[in-house]
Write a protein that binds this ligand. Structure first.
Ligand code: DGL
Length: 268
């Protein structure tokens, strides 16, 4: 069992967005080893069909299971929205996803019961956030907004840039007009835009990102399954990407605020 406890946690996304979850995991669980997968060759996922995204999710799940992970963290709302069945059917280890964590946190946070959801096109079209929010609370008014330009802007590293601010203003307008007091950042890339989104939304609106809630859930499930790491040394993480490792490293270091020495290029 001690061997199982010392196995890594597999975390995955289409690109750098899942690093927002990695950052929270590193802070909450500094001894846990992480193997991260970013599908930089095929990002963005959020403008692709459910069937395509599910096929990609299956490939990544297979890759990470071969890395002998003890848990999978789906750090991508789009995959969580359309591919959870595929992932859980393949996985003999526990699977945690960011979408349920984000919905639960938003349902707890709203005071006026009006919640905005910013997410990718595929996530919005799937209706997964509306279902997840309604399963937490039935008395919510939910306004969803697809933001397809955000992911390319983040992957470019334009997290606080005039073009990003203009784009965000457009996307936020209908959501703010609906007088929401809580906005879910329903894509793991979006927390990197928090400074811009926070300025535009104002102090009265709570921005929810699921990173810390997901990290807390990972902690809980690891303990409950007797899988929490027992080694008290600084963990050595690995990062795998499908294209441009140097570019992932540069943007990823911005996101994580630390060096990323081990970025490997995956040849499928
Ligand atoms: N970061 C992912 C999400 O949470 C995917 C975004 C994309 O690739 O379009 O939805």
């Amino acid at each position: 069992m001690s061997v199982a406890r010392n196995r890594p946690i597999g975390v995955f996304d289409s690109g750098v967005g899942g690093l927002t979850v990695v950052r929270a995991l590193m802070a909450a669980l500094p001894h846990e080893r992480i193997v991260y997968f970013g599908d930089t060759a095929r990002v963005p996922y959020g403008v692709k069909s459910s069937a395509t995204v599910a096929g990609y999710a299956a490939q990544i799940t297979d890759f990470l299971l071969k890395c002998d992970v003890k848990m999978l963290v789906v750090a991508c709302n789009t995959m969580a929205a359309v591919a959870m069945n595929v992932i859980t059917d393949m996985s003999p280890v526990p699977v945690i996803n960011v979408l349920d964590a984000g919905a639960a946190a938003a349902a707890r946070a709203t005071r006026n019961r009006r919640v905005g959801v910013l997410a990718t096109l595929t996530t919005v079209h799937s209706g997964a956030y509306v279902r997840a929010l309604e399963s937490c609370r039935q008395d919510l008014t939910i306004v969803s907004q697809a933001c397809p330009l955000f992911v390319p802007l983040v992957e470019e590293g334009w997290v606080d840039h005039p073009v990003t601010a203009l784009t965000a203003r457009e996307y936020l307008a209908p959501v703010l007009a609906a007088a929401v007091d809580t906005i879910v950042l329903g894509c793991t890339h979006y927390p990197l835009l928090r400074p811009v989104l926070g300025r535009l939304a104002g102090d009265q609106v709570t921005l929810i990102d699921s990173a810390s809630t997901t990290a807390a859930e990972v902690d809980e499930v690891l303990r409950a399954s007797d899988l929490a790491c027992v080694e008290q040394r600084l963990a050595h993480h690995e990062f795998h990407v499908t294209d441009f490792p140097q570019r992932f490293r540069a943007v990823g270091e911005l996101c994580l605020g630390r060096a990323l020495p081990d970025v490997h290029l995956v040849h499928w």
